[in-house]
Design a protein around this ligand. Structure first.
Ligand SMILES: [Zn+2]
Length: 211
C-alpha cells in the first residue's frame, strides 16, 4: 500500500503504580512510590527480599515483601544477580505487577504520564491514510482518545467525528475502543484524505521530538 503513512508508537508509563499504604509518618493512608531498590536479608541459606517504597509526602519507607525465607538454591543465578544489584528491568516488572500489589493495598494509583517513542516505518510522500501501531510492555493508564488527541494535536471531538464518519478505525475492533486503554498490538487507521492539516498530523505522528 503506497498511500499509508505507517508509524509505531512504543509507549511506557513514566511513573510506576503507587499503592496506598497506612503511613505511620503521616498518620493516614498515603500513596507510596517505588525507590527502585531491593533489600535482601540472608539467613543461612535462606533469603528474604523486599522492594523499598517511600511515602510520597514524608519519605517514610514501606518494605514490600517479594518473598520470605526462600532457599537460595531455588533461585536462578540470574534472579539472584538481578536482586543483588536491583536490576532496573527486574524491579520494573515487580513495580507493574498489579495483581501482586493488589494483595497488599486496596487502592493503587496509576499515574497516567507516559514516554512515547515514535518511529515512521513507511512514509510515502503522497500519503492519505495514517496507520498507528501501538506497542506497550506495561499497559499505561491512558485512554486511547486522550493519547491520540494529545499526540496528534487534534481535539477529541474531532477524533469522535472521524470515528462516526468511518474515517477512524481500530484493530482489533470493538465498540468504545476510544475510551479504553491503549493496548499492545492495537492498530489505529485514520483516513485523512480530506484533512487540510494532514501534513501537520503526520509530522506529529512520526516525530517524537514534537511531543
Ligand atoms: Zn507519609
Amino acid at each position: 500500500m503506497c498511500n499509508i503513512l505507517q508509524v509505531r508508537w512504543t509507549i511506557s508509563p513514566k511513573t510506576s503504580p503507587q499503592p496506598w499504604i497506612a503511613c505511620s509518618g503521616c498518620g493516614s493512608p498515603r500513596p507510596f512510590r517505588s525507590s527502585g531498590k531491593i533489600r535482601l536479608n540472608a539467613n543461612g541459606k535462606r533469603l528474604d527480599a523486599w522492594l523499598i517504597y517511600k511515602c510520597i509526602d514524608c519519605d517514610k519507607t514501606w518494605n514490600r515483601t517479594l518473598f520470605e525465607r526462600k532457599a537460595t538454591h531455588d533461585l536462578a543465578p540470574s534472579t539472584l544477580e538481578a536482586l543483588q544489584r536491583s536490576d532496573p528491568d527486574w524491579v520494573r516488572a515487580r513495580e507493574f505487577d498489579l495483581d501482586g500489589l493488589k494483595r497488599k493495598a486496596k487502592r493503587i494509583d496509576e499515574p497516567p504520564d507516559v514516554v512515547i517513542r515514535k518511529e515512521a516505518l513507511q512514509a510515502p510522500i503522497d500519503w492519505t491514510m495514517l496507520e498507528i501501531g501501538i506497542a506497550v510492555v506495561f499497559a499505561p493508564n491512558l485512554r486511547l482518545d486522550r493519547l491520540l488527541a494529545s499526540e496528534l494535536a487534534i481535539s477529541r471531538s474531532r477524533l469522535q467525528a472521524l470515528g462516526d464518519g468511518g474515517k477512524l478505525k481500530a484493530y482489533p475492533d470493538h465498540s468504545a475502543f476510544l475510551r479504553r486503554r491503549a493496548k499492545d498490538g492495537a492498530r489505529i487507521v485514520l483516513d485523512l484524505s480530506d484533512a487540510t492539516d494532514r501534513q501537520a498530523i503526520g509530522e506529529a505522528a512520526a516525530d517524537s521530538e514534537r511531543s
